[in-house]
Design a protein around this ligand. Structure first.
Ligand code: 5AD
Length: 449
């Protein structure tokens, strides 16, 4: 479902012709009280023939990045009746308004940048969706003034959607065993590295520390390790919930619908599963034992199950074009992705890409900024991969649309073996606080230091 003018009856869809005046179609967002209710409503509406889309909820709804159900204005009354008949009381129903941003263009700027750029900026001001070729323009312009205004627009959209506060999450890379053959990744099954697997007690010790310093979310990441299967994960999730009440983000790869469902029921809140690239051919090249459609299906399941859904891509992976990156950004938008991890490619020792050049830092930061402009209210981490290439780049990203930092809390004795790429940097709480200060971001109120 696309906002604004799209096609109906082969002509202009989403627009009503009144005399000769085009009127934009309205969309509404239904905000449920919790994710179980959201899933129920989504199911009921779809069963009754109402087309729905799950999207990040708007800023005024309070919770950052919870999921809202988007419906077309023509279906509003029918949807309300369905809610009434099923005695469902929701948190609210809002019109899905475009985000207008007055003042991006001033006279001085108008005289110094291209007409094409001004037209794109005007669309951003009006809250209109950008086309692929416009995104390509933003990603590739070399004009300093234009680049500065892209970063300024991204920073403003960040402040107006998720605020000027740094989100801090703690990651535990609990196993580097992996059965996959991803060509770029240093822990792929064929790479000869020392393998480790943390046990539940070791993980809980780190979780206890993260809880003590006040963090709200723990990220559990690993290779696709069958010895840390779904049953064992469920036990761990339940224990974390009981002992700390923290939110849990899983990043443990592709699984079946039933597995994702039982992990969600056990208490997992968020899931990171990056698409890496939306170019199918490139996806196959870099994932010789992977399948683009399966990855896509997993991401859809995660969304349908009510996870806060994380995706992302790698910038500068050998064979990638700017058009590919533009399409990745449009994919994040269309899929209603809530967390978007954008990192530069970094060659990993022992892999077939070992001697390839790393991804471009500026292009990575630019992609983050354009993603903020296009996707608006989402979490964008200033990634560990970016910090690994340059600490300064991590700070620059926080000034250009990124709003999250993921700490690496894997115990020191294991950390050096979680080398998904070379010279992976250590991001700890002190460096996160330093980066926030340098980037002019507030620290979250939940930190207890
Ligand atoms: N360079 C950059 N990012 C990488 N990842 C894995 N290997 C590399 C690499 N060599 C990223 C992938 C994965 C995440 C956990 O790490 O995007 O989803």
């Amino acid at each position: 479902m696309r906002q604004g003018k799209s096609k109906i009856r082969g002509e202009v869809q989403g627009t009503f012709l009144k005399g000769c005046v085009y009127v934009e179609e309205k969309f509404y967002l239904i905000l449920a009280k919790n994710s179980a209710q959201m899933l129920l409503i989504n199911k009921l509406l779809r069963e009754n023939g109402i087309e729905t889309d799950l999207v990040p909820s708007p800023p005024e709804s309070g919770t950052v990045c919870a999921i809202a159900i988007k419906i077309q204005g023509v279906n509003l009354e029918k949807a309300k009746n369905i809610l009434f008949e099923n005695q469902i009381e929701v948190r609210g129903i809002y019109e899905d308004k475009k985000m207008k941003l007055q003042g991006l263009i001033d006279k001085k700027l108008g005289a110094s940048v291209s007409k094409e750029f001004l037209d794109i900026l005007k669309k951003i001001e009006d809250g209109d969706e950008l086309l692929e070729k416009e995104i390509v323009y933003l990603l590739s312009t070399k004009d300093i003034k234009e680049i500065e205004s892209i970063y300024a627009a991204a920073d403003r959209i960040k402040r107006e959607t998720v605020g000027n506060v740094l989100e801090i999450r703690g990651a535990i890379e609990f196993s580097n065993y992996c059965c996959k053959k991803c060509k770029y990744c240093g822990i792929n099954s064929q790479n000869k590295i020392e393998r480790y697997r943390m046990n539940e007690e070791e993980i809980m010790e780190v979780v206890g520390y993260l809880n003590k310093i006040g963090l709200r979310t723990v990220i559990l990441q690993s290779g696709e390790d069958p010895h840390w299967g779904t049953e064992r994960l469920i036990q761990l999730i339940k224990r974390i919930k009981i002992e700390t009440g923290m939110r849990i983000t899983l990043s443990v790869g592709e699984k079946s619908f039933e597995e994702y469902e039982s992990l969600k029921l056990a208490g997992a809140d968020n899931y990171l599963l990056k698409i890496e690239t939306t170019n199918r051919k490139l996806f196959k090249t870099i994932h010789p034992d992977g399948d683009f459609d399966s990855r896509l299906k997993c991401s859809r399941w995660l969304k349908e199950l009510g996870y806060i859904n994380g995706s992302g891509n790698i910038i500068g992976i050998p064979g990638q074009t700017i058009e590919d990156i533009a399409r990745d950004i449009l994919y994040f938008k269309e899929m209603g992705i809530n967390m978007i991890g954008i990192g530069p490619f970094i060659p990993a020792k022992g892999t077939v890409f070992e001697n390839m050049p790393p991804g471009d830092i500026d292009l990575t930061i630019r992609t983050m900024a354009v993603t903020r402009i296009v996707c608006k209210k989402v979490y964008i981490p200033s990634t560990t991969a970016l910090a690994s290439l340059s600490k300064d780049a991590q700070i620059r990203a926080l000034k250009a649309g990124a709003n999250t930092i993921m700490l690496i809390n894997t115990p020191a004795k294991y950390r050096t073996n979680y080398m998904i790429y070379n010279d992976k940097n250590m991001v700890d709480i002190d460096s996160a606080i330093y980066a926030a200060k340098k980037a002019g971001l507030e620290l979250p109120k939940y930190l207890k230091l």
